[in-house]
Structure formats: structure tokens, C-alpha cells
Unconditional design. Structure first.
Length: 56
């Protein structure tokens, strides 16, 4: 995750917090080099990759 990506995620979490919402976790999944980005969430969840969950 780049610093710019991290800034976008931080902004989104702050925006949710202002609305009284909380982000409980963020999942990261590294796709194989050159793999297309799946179009829908269900496809992402089926991708065979090493994923990890991180708490903010």
C-alpha cells in the first residue's frame, strides 16, 4: 500500500467516524503480477492469494 493509498483509506475511515460509523478491519490481497482486477466482490473473495486482515 502506498502512502497515497493509505491517505485515501484514512480519509474514508475519518469520514465514516464523523457519521458515527467505525471501520473494524481492512483486508489486503496481493494479486499475481499481471492479473486483472476482479470486477465484483464475489470474484475477489474467490481469488487464490495470500490475504491478511489488519485492524486499524
Amino acid at each position: 500500500m502506498t502512502n497515497d493509498d493509505r491517505a485515501v483509506v484514512t480519509w474514508a475511515m475519518d469520514d465514516y467516524a464523523e457519521a458515527g460509523l467505525r471501520v473494524l478491519a481492512v483486508a489486503v490481497c496481493q494479486l499475481p503480477t499481471g492479473a486483472p482486477v476482479p470486477a465484483v466482490r464475489e470474484e475477489v473473495e474467490r481469488v487464490d492469494c495470500a490475504c491478511s486482515a489488519r485492524s486499524p
